[in-house]
Every structure is written in C-alpha cells, then in structure tokens.
Design a protein around this ligand. Structure first.
Ligand SMILES: *[C@@H]1O[C@H](CO)[C@@H](O)[C@H](O)[C@H]1NC(C)=O
Ligand SMILES: *[C@@H]1O[C@H](CO)[C@@H](O)[C@H](O)[C@H]1NC(C)=O
Length: 162
C-alpha cells in the first residue's frame, strides 16, 4: 500500500469514527459485573457512576431479572436519599431495561423491592450535553490517527522513495 493510500485509509477511519461513534452513543451497563442487583456496599453504584460520563445519545442498560428487582424513577434528590416515592416519575418492572437519553438532566433510580434501596440498590446519573465516556483508560486511537492523516495529507507530497 502506498503512503497516499495509507493516508486515505487512515483519514477514512478517522472520519468514520468521528461521524459514527458519537451518533451511536455509548451503552453503559449499570453496575458493571454485578448489574442491577443488591451491591456489596451502599456506595457501590455511586462509585460506578462517578467513573462515567453519560452524554445525550447514550443508553443505560439495567441488567436485572424481574421480579427480583425493579427500577423506580423519582424526580427529587430527597426521594432518592430517603428511598421514598413522593415525586414518582415511573416504575420499570421488566428487566433487562434500557433507557435512551435524549436530553441532559438528573435522573434518580432505585429498586422498589423490599429494602433493596436502603441496601444501596440506587443510582443517580447526570446526563450531560456532549459525549459520554465509559471511564475506562482507553484514550480514543481516533485522535492521533486523524492528526497523522491530516498532517500527512497537508504536508507537500514527499517524493516517493526519496
Ligand atoms: C464497595 O464494593 C466495591 C466492590 O467490591 C469496592 O470496590 C469498593 O471499594 C467498596 N466500597 C467501600 C466503601 O467499601
Ligand atoms: C433505544 O434505542 C435503541 C437503539 O437505538 C432502540 O432499539 C430502543 O427501542 C430505544 N428504546 C427506547 C425506550 O426508546
């Protein structure tokens, strides 16, 4: 493959990544390996959420088996803190359940089964305007590739085998 062809391929990959990935959004799987189940400690889901950025266009998947757990969405931090449903938004009873975010904002979820909320099965997410991040140390290879391709294309074409 010639240098020009390689540049073109890199550019195509970069353009593909730039246009396709943000539009598709990220799939966040709530709770990581344990899913939406009663966690080992009460800060588990808070810790999970802290490592993520959830952007508009991202999806949140709650992996759980009904009727062992459910998702109660409430509209206030107060309800969330006290596991109460004064400002009930909705109850999702069928798992696994996926939510698509189309707007920024705060969302409060907990399990309404037994004392699971008190045991830490609760999640507060803040959806931001912009791109989400899974929080993994996975710097997008997209940016360097794009830079290389653009630089190569912008530079005066070097004489082959100079
Ligand atoms: C809660 O549990 C998770 C997973 O076992 C662990 O990584 C985390 O350090 C724990 N947090 C506290 C405050 O014990
Ligand atoms: C969320 O998006 C996915 C794929 O884009 C779609 O299959 C699913 O039906 C959507 N769910 C809701 C609740 O809109």
């Amino acid at each position: 493959m010639s240098k020009a062809q390689l540049s073109f391929v890199l550019l195509a990959v970069a353009v593909y990544c730039l246009t396709v990935s943000p539009a598709a959004g990220l799939h966040h799987i709530v709770g990581g390996s344990i899913g939406w189940t009663v966690p080992p400690n009460v800060t588990y889901f808070q810790d999970w959420a802290q490592k993520k950025v959830i952007g508009v266009g991202d999806k949140l998947l709650f992996p759980f088996r009904s009727p062992l757990h459910n998702i109660v969405e409430v509209g206030t931090q107060d309800d969330f803190d006290h596991c109460t449903q004064n400002a009930l938004v909705d109850i999702y009873t069928t798992g696994p359940f996926m939510i698509n975010y189309t707007a920024p904002g705060d969302h409060y979820y907990f399990s309404g089964i037994g004392k699971q909320c008190e045991s830490g099965l609760k999640l507060h997410v803040t959806v931001v305007n912009g791109k989400g991040s899974s929080g993994r140390i996975l710097p997008p290879p997209v940016t360097p590739a794009a830079d290389v391709a653009v630089q190569t294309l912008a530079a005066p074409a070097p004489a082959p085998a100079a």
